[in-house]
Design a protein around this ligand. Structure first.
Ligand SMILES: Cc1cc2nc3c(=O)[nH]c(=O)nc-3n(C[C@H](O)[C@H](O)[C@H](O)COP(=O)(O)OP(=O)(O)OC[C@H]3O[C@@H](n4cnc5c(N)ncnc54)[C@H](O)[C@@H]3O)c2cc1C
Length: 394
């Protein structure tokens, strides 16, 4: 790994990245390329501890740009899921309204419209494999930390401790690092997603499996949506979104650990839809309700010299296909600021945070607007979406 000699601000500094999601791992890679001393402390017991969820698409001017900067484009090309970026849109009767799966447009990494999908677990693997051995310290769930003179003492749930000169919080929405940076709290967006995971959909719900056709499926009717995507391991993930009051998950009376209760709820909610969609709910044994929260888009705080945030920990927003991409872009910007020509660490972190918050404010506003259209689409917003797909295709 190439080491740059002119790292000034990071000379003799130990950096602790809390959270080994896409943001934290990307940052570790980029900083190691610059010769920095980095550890990633991750809550998961080990690399295999958890399925990382469905696929994510990386974008030309964010995720893919960062993959290139990290020297990982070849590894990415070997791991992405060709064809999974295609869309299929159906109505509530399961009639196909728009279909990209039957077009033979070549994958083009030079096109700004090409958004290749990758399984989250694969993305995590390729980032981990790019790091120096033992960079990730597994089973390290941060509980709290304190500053002793200029050194952070990090305390983990498993009873261990570590120290660092600079702490980067990339520990997602419920960040334990964030309160040391700002006391701005998350707000509820008004939308909740019920996420379902299905193993072996080819046998457990074959008609739906065929309808999804290894692509991104969106089923929409006025006021209601279901989205389904393949997982890298052959499974399916689906999202049933709706506008619900805050705390609806607790108030609904539905026990989300009991799949038959959730099934009954969803069949009732999607009454009048083609029963093929009910086979999706029937085949699902693992439902996860997700109230979608966000940090206010005008949030602000004063930069500190020894701590900052990236990704969801910094700017959680409702899903809009930008979260992983933005976390990776934060990692690139922060790595460049920390190794750039700033007079001191506080100035470097202030410059990064300003750039990060401005970008997140724009994306967060768009995400808030689009999540309502997604969870409860009007006829106008459905037409707008069809138009968008057609524009991208042409
Ligand atoms: C339903 C849904 C669908 C989405 N779909 C997309 C999509 O298609 N495309 C897209 O770009 N984005 C999508 N997103 C958003 C995306 O998942 C996030 O924005 C992205 O994962 C943020 O990356 P991150 O690295 O900041 O945090 P995370 O991915 O949340 O990673 C945080 C890491 O920190 C670890 N951690 C947490 N707490 C601690 C602790 N105390 N100590 C140590 N480690 C800790 C966690 O185990 C995890 O590994 C979606 C989100 C949701 C909810």
């Amino acid at each position: 790994m190439e080491t740059l000699k002119e790292i000034n601000l990071l000379q003799n500094k130990k950096i602790a990245i809390i959270g080994g999601g896409p943001g934290g791992l990307t940052l570790a890679r980029l900083l190691q390329l610059k010769g920095a001393d980095v550890k990633v402390y991750e809550r998961d017991v080990n690399r295999e501890a958890r399925v990382q969820g469905a696929i994510v698409d990386l974008h030309f001017d964010s995720g893919l740009k960062v993959i290139e900067a990290a020297g990982l484009m070849d590894a990415f090309k070997a791991s992405y899921m060709a064809g999974a970026d295609k869309y299929r849109m159906v109505d509530k009767d399961a009639n196909i309204c728009l279909d990209e799966t039957n077009t033979d447009v070549e994958d083009d990494f030079g096109s700004e419209y090409f958004r290749p999908e990758i399984d989250r677990g694969e993305l995590r693997n390729l980032l981990i494999e790019s790091l120096l051995p033992d960079t990730v310290v597994w089973n390290s769930q941060l509980e709290n930390m304190e500053l002793a003179d200029t050194t952070w003492i990090l305390k983990f749930k498993n009873g261990t401790a570590a120290n660092a000169d600079i702490v980067i919080g990339s520990d997602g929405y419920r960040s334990k690092v964030r309160p040391y940076v700002t006391d701005v709290k998350a707000l509820y967006s008004g939308a909740t997603i019920i996420q379902g995971e299905i193993d072996h959909p080819e046998t457990n719900c074959p008609e739906m499996y065929n309808l999804v056709n290894k692509a991104n499926l969106i089923a929409m009717d006025t006021g209601k949506t279901i989205a389904a995507q393949p997982r890298g391991d052959g499974g399916l993930t689906f999202y049933a979104a709706a506008l619900y009051p805050e705390n609806w998950v607790q108030a609904s009376g539905v026990d989300f650990n009991k799949s038959d209760e959730v099934y009954t709820y969803l069949v009732n909610y999607y009454k009048g839809w083609n029963p093929i969609f009910y086979t999706l709910f029937k085949a699902c044994l693992n439902f996860i309700p997700r109230p979608l929260n966000y940090f206010p888009i005008d949030q602000n705080w004063k930069a500190k010299a020894n701590i900052t945030l990236i990704g969801d920990a910094a700017h959680l927003m409702p899903p809009s296909g930008e979260g992983v991409n933005t976390a990776m872009l934060d990692a690139l910007d922060l790595s460049e600021s920390l190794t750039g020509k700033y007079p001191n660490l506080e100035a470097a972190i202030a410059a990064y945070e300003q750039q990060m918050r401005s970008r997140a404010a724009i994306l967060g506003k768009e995400a808030l607007e689009s999540i309502k259209d997604f969870a409860s689409p009007s006829e106008e917003s459905i037409n707008k979406l069809v138009q968008q797909f057609n524009t991208i295709k042409s």
